[in-house]
Design a protein around this ligand. Structure first.
Ligand code: NZQ
Ligand code: ZN
Length: 390
């Protein structure tokens, strides 16, 4: 078993009616608050008014950055960083999904840098400091509320880059499942696919010796499989929304990958799809994951698939391991494409093979992806092609 450091320094207020703690939490870091949000969902739901009331009641000064896009752009990071510098912002408040939170994290980092924020994504400058980030989560998916990662797009260069910088870890996150009642069935499905993928990227690991974490991951996956369809059918089912919300945070907050060191596979591939075609992250992952699993299944890896099939999907343990493995991929596909109703091929979402070669090369950044099974650019291109047909 490998050594690891366990450190998740985000204070979480989980559940309903906790927003009264927002003012005091913001005040710990100063008086001047930059509120960051997306395309307006928080105004429609009334959350904006509640948050602003808390900020005003606490006697804090409010500044705003709105219009952060899904697959957030570096232009929003630069715009936010400019406000921070000009207005001497003390603390950032992200209210939204993963895109708003990711963008806010980089605003906090870019506030200490005088050039283009894209230099941070290109790792030309280190992130040693970040303004404190507090989040109010409105969509269960990315886990950005409880991790130090962030993903930013640059439409001009068709790049989407995700990096982890510990100073960007949110100081405090408000996780109220009722704030996700208005998430559409489609976004709920994409969020579920994203949570599953975060777990699958770690679970399918050649390091098999941390059984306790495998058990945790199996329960997290079963939680998503149970509650995502329910949340789609009954958007205001508290139990379903709460289970999805907490599962989304724990899927990627660093806990489940203790000791399991391995590059991810589907995420670098998906980021190329989003970079080139601006698709929803969870949708891309849903299409890629079963194909990637099928591509990596062989006599060496079959035992992991067997464990997955038996423990997550309840497939008969007496069946031959290879049969269980194939069935597990089938059941996962059925869940993603029938139960959640997500489109199952790249063709259906209007993506042809025009950019597969360049996207595959970019996904491995010129080398080989040292993942569950090593993947070279040629392998990735083949996986993209597998995604064209059902
Ligand atoms: O922009 P608004 O108006 O807020 O609408 C959003 C957006 O259109 C809407 N929405 C959010 N909460 C809602 C709501 N609509 C109604 N009611 C609510 N309560 O949903 C749409 C999608 O939002 P977005 O934030 O883009 O979704 P998500 O949370 O899935 O974030 C996706 C981004 O996170 C990155 C992805 O690559 C993508 O850019 N990721 C971040 C990670 C991280 N920080 O660790 C890891 C992930 O693997 C992922 O890569
Ligand atoms: Zn993801």
């Amino acid at each position: 078993m490998n050594n690891f450091i366990y450190d998740i320094p985000t204070r979480v207020y989980f559940g309903e009616n906790q927003l009264g703690n927002l003012g005091p939490e913001l005040s710990r870091f100063g008086k001047r608050v930059l509120l960051c949000y997306g395309g307006g969902s928080i105004k429609k739901t009334g959350l904006y008014d509640k948050v602003v009331a808390e900020i005003k009641n606490a006697g804090l000064e409010l500044f705003e950055l709105s219009g952060i896009d899904p697959n957030p752009r570096v232009s929003s990071v630069n715009a936010g960083a400019d406000i921070c510098k000009k207005e001497h912002i003390d603390v950032l408040l992200a209210v939204g999904g993963g895109s708003v939170i990711d963008c806010t994290k980089y605003i906090g980092a870019a506030a200490y840098y005088d050039g283009d924020a894209w230099d941070i994504l290109l790792q030309k400058v280190p992130v040693e400091k970040c303004l404190p980030v507090i989040t109010v989560l409105t969509l269960s998916a990315t886990g950005s509320e409880m991790d130090a990662a962030g993903v930013i797009s640059n439409p001009e260069t068709k790049d989407k880059i995700g990096l982890i910088f510990p100073p960007m870890q949110p100081k405090v996150s408000f996780l109220d499942p009722t704030n996700t009642y208005t998430v559409s069935p489609y976004q709920t499905a994409c969020g579920a696919a994203d949570i599953l993928s975060h777990i699958i990227e770690v679970y399918f690991n050649v390091n098999q010796d941390l059984q306790m974490l495998d058990g945790v991951m199996e329960v997290l996956m079963k939680t998503v499989i149970k509650y995502a369809p329910l949340a789609m059918k009954e958007p205001d089912n508290y139990e379903a929304r709460a289970n999805l919300m907490w599962a989304s945070s724990w899927a990627i907050n660093g806990f489940v990958n203790g000791g399991k060191r391995q590059a991810w596979s589907c995420h670098p591939m998906e980021h190329e799809l989003s970079a080139f075609y601006d698709i929803t992250h969870g949708l891309g992952l849903a299409i890629l994951t079963p194909r990637w699993l099928a591509y990596t299944l062989n006599e060496t890896t079959v035992s992991k698939f067997y464990q997955f099939g038996v423990n997550v999907f309840g497939i008969d343990a007496a069946l031959p391991p290879m049969e269980v493995a194939h069935k597990s991929i089938e059941l996962l596909s059925e869940f993603l494409f029938k139960t959640l109703g997500l489109k199952s091929t790249l063709t259906e979402i209007g993506i042809d093979d025009a950019n597969f070669t360049v996207m595959a090369k970019k996904a491995v950044t010129g080398g080989t992806m040292h993942a569950f099974q090593p993947l070279a650019a040629e392998d990735i291109e083949k996986i993209f092609r597998m995604c064209q047909v059902k």
